[in-house]
Design a binder for this molecule. Structure first.
Ligand code: ATP
Ligand code: MG
Length: 411
């Protein structure tokens, strides 16, 4: 894509509207735009990142038997009355249809929809296991929407619901999901700071698990075992004072962002909607359920909190909006040629062909944070040499044009 035609532009001063690093850098870089507190538009650059994250999640969910569906955001009141959550969930957006006077909610989570849905198709042990997931906008009337995209009132979530015949099958699936989640965070570039965290299991299980990313930007407090790289959350630290794995009592208190949460629901919701199956002997049982969430837009914000410097964002390779930022310094013909060559070689390239000074182009490239920057100048045009700089490195390399593709494709 050519930067001269990009819809968004980098912005200079956004300090007045920003309360966090992710908000400031994402707005300045032209990734997002705020409509109101906790509600954002994803601009072309931001949406590219969001899609890359979604794709990682999709690949990993498919590996573990997930089947993608898309459920409605608009829910009838009666489903929420079945579980009692119409009255108990404070952040549920509720309203009445002007014409039909029917009461509705905007989905903050989807147990109330997915369980009645499963009832249509799950009847026998032969219909199990099943794992349904979606990537969808969620609505929550958060008391305080803050910290940029970390806490929105409208945000993107992946939620998977598992349906098993036995508790043992649920346990096995749940354990496999922990590995899958770790892989997602690793691929998204926050693996080294993201910890499996023991949390309260509610009335049905001893524990649930959160995935918490350590950063001063975090709203949560966790207690980290530096040896095992697992943590205990604040909610249960009074009952669980040592590391649940090795017993270590010297846990470190750190701030963190909850980037995911997995929960064994067991029969809580299948009981509410009477979701049952018959076993081989014809006996009826409640289905065992689990739910597994990842805040995709929160994950995007967390990536920025973890990967930036004073000049801007440093996107991890797999989630970067483009692979290569090609800066043309008054060498448009040459740059266009290299732009085409790179695209043909399979790279996603942003070509800065704007009529701006070299200084502005460098500054914006640092802010936008694409992993590899190529600089094509008049001087290099004569010699056939191209300056290659990785966003993470302070030094650049000079590579001859004929070696460029093999250099970029090296592992
Ligand atoms: P929190 O304690 O931060 O409010 P939660 O326990 O309400 O989170 P879940 O209901 O488990 O969150 O939702 C699953 C995931 O969705 C969370 O792990 C988080 O990553 C994300 N999430 C939850 N609320 C928001 C929000 N308001 N904005 C963005 N992401 C969110
Ligand atoms: Mg919440």
């Amino acid at each position: 894509m050519k930067q001269s035609s990009l819809f968004s532009k980098t912005r200079k001063d956004v300090s007045a509207e920003s309360d966090s690093i992710n908000h400031r850098l994402l707005v300045k870089g032209g990734f997002i735009s705020q409509l109101m507190s906790g509600v954002y538009t994803y601009l072309p650059l931001g949406l590219r990142v969001l899609k890359k994250i979604e794709n990682i999640i999709r690949e990993e969910m498919e590996k573990i038997g997930g089947q993608e569906i898309l459920m409605p955001a608009l829910h009838p009141k009666e489903n929420w009355e079945v579980t009692g959550r119409w009255d108990t969930m404070d952040d549920l957006y509720k309203f009445k249809s002007h014409y039909t006077k029917i009461e509705l909610a905007l989905g903050p989570t989807h147990e109330e929809v997915v369980v009645p849905l499963a009832k249509q198709f799950i009847h026998s042990y032969k219909d199990l296991p099943k794992n349904l997931y979606q990537i969808q906008v969620k609505f929550r009337d958060e008391m305080r929407a803050k910290s940029g995209v970390l806490r929105g009132r409208e945000f993107l979530m992946k939620d998977l619901y598992s349906f098993n015949a036995t508790e043992k099958d649920l346990d096995d699936y749940y354990d496999a999901m922990i590995n899958v989640y770790n892989n997602i965070y690793k691929r998204a570039g926050i693996g080294s700071k993201t910890y499996l965290t023991f949390a309260s299991g509610g009335s049905f299980s001893k524990y649930s698990h959160e995935f918490q990313t350590e950063t001063p930007a975090g709203e949560d407090i966790i207690y980290l075992c530096s040896k095992c790289k697992i943590a205990v959350n604040k909610e249960i630290i009074e009952e669980q004072k040592n590391c649940p794995k090795c017993g270590n009592e010297e846990l470190k208190e750190v701030k963190a962002i909850e980037v995911g949460n997995i929960f064994k629901l067991k029969t809580k919701f299948s009981d509410a909607f009477n979701l049952t199956f018959t076993d081989k002997a014809g006996k009826e049982h409640l289905v065992q359920m689990g739910c597994y969430g990842i805040g995709i837009s929160r994950l995007l914000g967390t990536i920025v909190e973890i990967n930036h410097d004073e000049n801007g964002i440093i996107w991890p390779k797999e989630v970067a909006p483009f692979d290569i930022h090609l800066l043309s310094l008054s060498a448009d013909e040459k740059s266009n040629k290299i732009y085409e060559t790179l695209k043909n070689a399979g790279f996603d390239v942003l070509l800065d062909d704007r009529d701006e000074t070299a200084g502005t182009k460098f500054k914006d490239a640092d802010l936008i944070g694409i992993p590899i920057r190529l600089i094509i100048s008049q001087k290099l045009e004569r010699t056939g040499n191209i300056e290659v700089k990785e966003r993470l490195e302070s030094e650049s390399l000079i590579i001859n044009e004929k070696d460029l593709i093999s250099h970029l494709k090296r592992p």
